[in-house]
Design a protein around this ligand. Sequence first.
Ligand code: CP
Length: 327
Amino acid sequence: MKVFQHVHDLGDLATALREAQDIKHDRFQYQHLGRNKTALLIFFNNSLRTRLSTQKAAMNLGMNVIVLDVNQGAWKLETERGVVMDGDKSEHLLEAIPVMGSYCDVIGVRSFATFESRKDDYEEKILNQFIRYSGRPVFFMESATVHPLQAFADLITIEEYWAQRQPTAGRQRPKVVLTWAPHPKALPQAVPNSFAEWMRAADVDFVVTHPEGYELDPKFVGDARVEYDQRKAFEGADFIYAKNWSCPGVTRPEDYGKVLSKDRSWTVDAAHMALTNNAFFMHCLPVRRNMIVSDDVIEAPTSIVIPEAANREISAQVVLKRMLETL
Ligand code: CP
């Protein structure tokens, strides 16, 4: 695998899920693959889970790991070609990327949406330069529009918990609901985009609910059912996946990246969860309590946010293993 960005990069999902369980059974069985190989993890933005889980996954595979926080200790980078570099940016990405590629075997990059231009964000200008100029396999550790390591971990988690509820062959598809929830700041659409993309590829009954104006890009949400009545969407749900996102600018491009609502009636609380089929609660974390979700819901036995985060190690390890196998 040379690029990990979309669900189709993994090939057959059932095979990938079996590989995840195989790794979970013994995470150190493929150490020979990573011997004398180096993973470079580049962060343009903050991280707790992605940073730690991806490092751990690489170490499980016997790799060396270098982590670079671009904004802490590296030269400030210019990303636009043609700019007269007479400001505070000392180095251009076009030199920095191949130099970084020369020190490693695989590269993971985190670079969020800037909200300056919907076109630039949705064209993945930064990550595509890494793909083009690094000479290395590149995996997305959350980009302007996608967070595939998170979505893969989410799917692994849904599979595991649904298997506990419906252990027999011929089990029904779970109803999985992605719900928008309020947040004080403008957040990117990467997590909901990838979650929608992966749920559409998975064997689940997928529903998205959000206030009007928050429609996700059709490239990701496709023909998934959209229900503007959050309570109706929650009825009979087996999994509730809460997340905030700013306006994707699908219906009104001028609103791209804006916070259109902070309506706390969308906060997932016990009354919402009572409408579900005793649903599991999921969130990618970090989460703002009592904005996105109430204390009692995230602390309930049906909250699976911690095992969901733990599965980030597994999703990263499958991806790194696939990349090592094709070096
Ligand atoms: N869910 C997630 O990607 O967490 P971090 O931003 O802490 O890496």
